[in-house]
Design a protein around this ligand. Sequence first.
Ligand code: PGA
Length: 244
Amino acid sequence: MANWKMYKTIKEAKNFLQDFIPLIQGINDREIGIAPTFVCLESMSKELKNTNIKLGAQNAFYETKGAYTGEISPVMLKDLDVEYVIIGHSERRKYFHETDEIINRKIKACMNEKLKVIFCIGETIEERQSNKTFNVLKNQIEKGLEGVKDADSLVLAYEPVWAIGTGVVASEEQIEEAHSFIRNKLEEIFSEKADSVRILYGGSVTPENIYSIMKLNNVDGVLVGGASLDPVKFSKIVKYDIER
Ligand code: PGA
């Protein structure tokens, strides 16, 4: 899944698709998604209609409608054929002060509208250095998923904050141990249904490191920021095991 963050105008998004769609033609054995900004969703929704690319949004509010200036509701996203919504990204936690409680409400509100949620978790560098990583992940998962029943609509994304946009990718050991910890937590919550929840890795994924990340245990996909803005780079990530 591409997370375009606050990049690309409608025209730039169109240009990207013109280059990108031919590059991933005929690939149907994996899911490809793009989460552009809200303003690009309507035009992207039309352009992606007959393609194998899923549409994602980067956020949603937890009410369906009301006097919440500046917010966008899950109902509005569903109306645009959005399929995935990224919730709890560390940039939302950091710059917009989203708490685990807010994230939990957002996850439930999205699932109520039958949107699939990509729920992001991850520790900061200070938390890792003080050996709090697993405690942080445990808390984020337990609080974020409180009362959430629908494992089928859930995707987890492990994104160590220190690896996002820094060019510093987590080591294979760090990714594997975090993902297996997350899988175990999901089993506690959803029992056998936990196996169907995909766990994505995110943080400085590139065409160069994708292959070694994807072969790790419990890594079912990736959430890509910077490298997804370039059609050639993102297509190489999609085709990580086809064109090596
Ligand atoms: P990055 O961002 O690939 O630029 O590190 C990942 C993300 O924030 O989802």
